[in-house]
Design a protein around this ligand. Structure first.
Ligand code: ZN
Length: 120
């Protein structure tokens, strides 16, 4: 079984735009007119924050057993992890997958999570 996804944390420069480590696509804030717009590349597994997934790839759904679930069922599933989406996405097992967790400082303590993996 492949190893767990490898984590990188951004705590000081948490606002740094995140780019895919495999192809260089800027996945968040790529559109100057809408900095919140998401641009998933083929390597993107998920993009999430503490309250919801913004993007999930089929490969991600497959790996963590979300295929065919409704959005409500998906939410019930990740909320069952005591660490929420952060913990749930740490459980991904895909070869050489990388997760970037960006944590805004206290008191907001708001996290953003990006997952990537190479494609064969
Ligand atoms: Zn990519």
């Amino acid at each position: 079984m492949p190893q767990f996804i490898q984590r990188t944390e951004l705590k000081t420069f948490y606002y740094t735009p995140v780019h895919c480590p495999f192809c260089g696509v800027r996945v968040m804030g790529a559109d100057p007119d809408d900095e919140t717009r998401i641009t998933a590349c083929p390597h993107t597994l998920f993009i999430a924050h503490d309250t919801a997934f913004e993007y999930r790839s089929e490969r991600f759904d497959d790996t963590v057993g979300l295929c065919g679930m409704s959005e409500d069922e998906v939410e019930t599933k990740w909320r069952a992890d005591e660490r929420g989406i952060d913990g749930f996405t740490d459980a991904v097992r895909l070869a050489d997958a990388i997760k970037v967790a960006a944590y805004a400082p206290e008191p907001s303590a708001y996290g953003s999570y990006y997952g990537f993996a190479p494609i064969a």
